[in-house]
Ligand binder design. Structure first.
Ligand code: RIB
Length: 294
């Protein structure tokens, strides 16, 4: 089962800081590193390292060869990555002493997906295949509409959340994967069970996966609700943990794992990710996660 990930590709500039910078404050950092990232690219790498067949669709700037190259090294199909004028997307990321982060994004090439190119990709997507998106690119309403037309399984990770999201044709999304703050913004509630109940009411035909960091994750659809605990480990850098979870969970779905097992594997993968610096660089390979107990 193939996954087409319409996703961002970023160059991440990562600064280690004693605390996240406050408004009006000038703060010195004690380390700086550059990594490849972007929620889209990270999720493609997580999918590939989990053993899924993934094709990344997106745009890079003239400075973006490294982004394509890293995807290729990880076995991701890059034939639908276009090089456009202007810079690639980038992120300025602060990571504090507890491994928490704050991220400032510049969309760059990620906002230059063109309608004709998107349509051409859909000529290669068949019924039942997966289409994945995050909210770091332009063209999302068109991708949802076309995905619905070819009857593929549409998975949306509304990250980062924005006011436009609620205007997207969300009734056509088959599966939402979202964290606490995204679920709060979409449901208007802040307690996990209430959020899930409300989201199920708003999207009765969709599956919902709510990730709760150190409190685990919950899956809900019209028939069942499944919760798992997080695998607790000390965090060096939480950047990319959510992306790792999503890639591994979706790979589990494609590989016909049970939902419970897919959640457990995803959670273990995310716990590995937070023990290393960077986003894509810290995503584990499937064989590092064995054994997984249900
Ligand atoms: O989820 C982490 C990612 O968010 C980073 O790699 C950064 O590029 C932003 O897209």
């Amino acid at each position: 089962m193939k996954i087409f990930n319409f996703g961002s590709l970023n160059i991440d500039h990562v600064y280690r800081v004693p605390h996240l910078v406050k408004p009006g404050e000038t703060l010195g950092s004690h380390d700086y590193q550059m990594f490849v990232g972007g929620k889209g690219l990270n999720q493609s790498i997580a999918l590939a390292r989990a053993g899924a067949d993934v094709c990344h669709v997106g745009c890079i700037g003239k400075d973006g060869d490294v982004l394509r190259q890293v995807l290729e090294e990880n076995g991701v199909n890059t034939s639908f990555i276009e090089q456009v004028d202007g810079p690639s997307g980038h992120a300025i990321i602060e990571v504090d002493s507890k491994g928490e982060n704050s991220i400032l994004l510049y969309g760059g090439a990620n906002m230059k997906n063109n309608a004709d190119s998107i349509s051409q990709v859909f000529e290669h997507i068949s019924e039942g295949e997966f289409v994945l998106m995050q909210n770091e690119i332009n063209g999302i309403p068109q991708i949802i509409e076309q995905g619905n037309k070819v009857k593929c399984q549409i998975v949306f990770n509304p990250a980062p959340m924005s006011t436009e999201v609620m205007n997207y044709p969300l009734q056509k999304v088959d599966c939402f994967i979202l964290n606490q703050s995204e679920a709060e913004a979409m449901s208007g509630y802040n307690e996990p069970n209430e959020m899930l109940r409300q989201l199920q009411k708003q999207f009765p035909h969709s599956k919902i996966v709510l990730t709760l960091g150190s409190r685990g994750a919950i899956y809900k659809d019209a028939k069942q609700q499944i919760s798992i605990d997080a695998v607790l480990t000390e965090a060096l850098d939480t950047t990319g943990a959510g992306d790792t979870f999503i890639g591994y969970f979706l790979a589990g779905m494609c590989q016909k794992e049970s939902i419970h097992r897919a959640l457990k594997i995803a959670s273990k993968a995310a716990s590995h990710c937070i023990q290393k610096a960077g986003a894509a660089d810290s995503i584990p390979f499937r064989n590092e996660l064995i054994p997984i107990h249900e």
